[in-house]
Design a protein. Structure first.
Length: 336
C-alpha cells in the first residue's frame, strides 16, 4: 500500500442507489464528504475513477452544506438522484438527524432537503422546475421514434435546463429495449426525456392524454410504496457522458408540473422504466419548486484514500466565501 493510501488522507465515501428500495435498482451515486474545499480538476478525476452516473461532493458550511455534482466527463448544474444520495449519506454518517431540514447550496441555488424518520432510508429534496417551452418536434426525432417505438411524439418541449421532452402515446412500448443514445444528435444529446401516461389497469378504456391522440390501452403501472404511478419516463443524455440515466430526479422535477396541471392535482407519482427502475412522489412546493420524495439503498460504505491537493486558495476558502467561489463552489450570500 502506497503512502497516499494512508489513513490520514482518507475521506468518508459511499454509494447510494437513489430512488430504490432494494439492491441493484434505482440510480447509483457516489458521495464523498470533504473536510476542505476541493478544486474541480481533482473532483473530476475522482468522478472518472468511481464511474457512477454522478458523484456528489459535500462540504459543511455552518448549519448547511455545499454540494457539487460530477459525471465521469463533466460537472453539472443540477442532479436530483445525487442530491437524494447526498442527503441519505449525511443521515448515514449521522451528520443530519431524521426530521431535520437543511439546505444544500449549489450552482442551482439553495435546495432545502429533509431526512425522514424510519426505514428504508427516505428523504425529501426540493428542486427547481425550469418550465417546459412548446416547440416543434425535430423530424429526425420523429423518424427515430417511428422506427423504434412505432409512433411519433404527440407533443414536444424544450427547457431552460437544456433537456428536450417528448410525450408518447400511452400504448408506446417505452419500457422495452431502447438503445437511443448512439442515434441522438445535436441538442438532443444534452438530455432527452421520453414520457407517457400510466393508467390504472382496472380502467377498461384508456383516455387520450392529449387532444387528437388515439385512445389506446395504457401500459400497466408498477407499484411505488403501495401507490400506482401516474406517468413513466426514460432519460438519455450521451452529451453529458450518460447514455441512459436509470432514475433522474431533475427530469421528474421538470415534467411533474405538466402532469399536475393535466391531472388537476398538486401531487403525482412518477416512475422511470429503465433497466434499473425506480420512482418518486412529486409535490408542488413554493416558488415553482418541486419536492421529490424517495428512498435509497446503501450499496457500499468506505473510505476514499485520496485527498485534494493542498493550496493557499483551498486553505483560505475555509473562512473566505470569495475564495470558495473562486474554486467554483456556491456559498450563500453572507446575509443569508
Amino acid at each position: 500500500m502506497s503512502a497516499s493510501a494512508s489513513g490520514s488522507s482518507a475521506l468518508p465515501a459511499l454509494l447510494i442507489e437513489a430512488f430504490a428500495d432494494a439492491p441493484c435498482r434505482g440510480n447509483g451515486a457516489a458521495v464523498v464528504r470533504l473536510s476542505q474545499a476541493a478544486d474541480a480538476e481533482w473532483m473530476g478525476r475522482i468522478a472518472r475513477s468511481l464511474r457512477q452516473s454522478e458523484t456528489a461532493f459535500v462540504l459543511p458550511w455552518g448549519q448547511d452544506w455545499l454540494l457539487r455534482w460530477f459525471t465521469p466527463t463533466c460537472e453539472v448544474d443540477l442532479c436530483g438522484h445525487a442530491t437524494l444520495a447526498a442527503l441519505l449519506a449525511l443521515g448515514h454518517w449521522e451528520a443530519v438527524a431524521a426530521g431535520d431540514t437543511v439546505r444544500f447550496h449549489t450552482r442551482s441555488g439553495a435546495l432545502p432537503v429533509q431526512l425522514a424518520v424510519g426505514q428504508p432510508p427516505r428523504g425529501a429534496i426540493t428542486l427547481p422546475s425550469s418550465g417546459l417551452q412548446p416547440a416543434p418536434a425535430p423530424e429526425a426525432l420523429q423518424r427515430l421514434l417511428r422506427g423504434r417505438l412505432g409512433g411519433e411524439a404527440e407533443a414536444f418541449w424544450r427547457s431552460p435546463l437544456g433537456y428536450a421532452v417528448a410525450l408518447l402515446a400511452q400504448g408506446a412500448p417505452l419500457a422495452g429495449p431502447l438503445a437511443l443514445a448512439p442515434l441522438l444528435d445535436g441538442q438532443l444529446r444534452q438530455g432527452l426525456v421520453l414520457m407517457q401516461a400510466l393508467a390504472d389497469p382496472s380502467v377498461a378504456a384508456a383516455v387520450p392524454i392529449s387532444p387528437g391522440a388515439a385512445a389506446v390501452a395504457a401500459p400497466e403501472a408498477p407499484r411505488l410504496a403501495g401507490e400506482r404511478p401516474d406517468y413513466q419516463l426514460r432519460f438519455f443524455a450521451p452529451g453529458l457522458g450518460i447514455d441512459e440515466d436509470p432514475v433522474t430526479g431533475s427530469a421528474h422535477a421538470l415534467v411533474a408540473p405538466w402532469w399536475m396541471e393535466r391531472l388537476g392535482r398538486s401531487r403525482v407519482v412518477g416512475w422511470q422504466c429503465s433497466d434499473r427502475p425506480g420512482g418518486m412522489v412529486c409535490e408542488a412546493a413554493s416558488s415553482g419548486m418541486i419536492r421529490l420524495i424517495g428512498t435509497g439503498h446503501l450499496l457500499w460504505d468506505g473510505s476514499l484514500h485520496s485527498a485534494p491537493p493542498p493550496s493557499a486558495l483551498a486553505s483560505a476558502a475555509a473562512s473566505d466565501p470569495s475564495a470558495l467561489s473562486r474554486l467554483g463552489w456556491s456559498p450563500p450570500p453572507t446575509n443569508a
